[in-house]
Design a binder for this molecule. Sequence first.
Ligand SMILES: [Zn+2]
Ligand SMILES: [Zn+2]
Length: 121
Amino acid sequence: MRNTVQREEILSFLRSKRAHYNAVQVYDAVREKIPNISLGTVYRNLGKLIECGDIISVETEDICVYYDGFIKPHAHFVCRCCSEIYDFEISDDNFEDIESLGFKVENTRTVYYGICNKCIK
Ligand SMILES: [Zn+2]
Ligand SMILES: [Zn+2]
C-alpha cells in the first residue's frame, strides 16, 4: 500500500512539469510530501515506473540519468555546457517507414548531444 502512495507521488511530480529531473531532484521534491522516504525507495520506484512505461529516462554524456514524465515519443537534446535537456518533436514518418515493413515500434530513444543555442553565443 505504502509503496503505491510513494510511486504515485513520484509519478505525479514527474508529470507536473515538462522537465527532466535526476533521482536526487525527485527525492528532494517528493520528500516535501513524504518526509521519511529514502533515496533508495525513490530509485526503486523510478525503476518500476520505467519498467511499466509510465516514465522514460534520458542519459547525459557523463551517464547521469534524468527522468521524464512526458512519454509521448520525442527526441532529447542534451547540452554539454549547461546540462539542460531540451525536448523536440519527432515526426511519425520514421515509425511509419519501419512499420510499413511489418515491424511494430513500441518505443524510441533519440538523444542528440551538443551545445544549445544559448551556450553557443
Ligand atoms: Zn546550453
Ligand atoms: Zn523529454
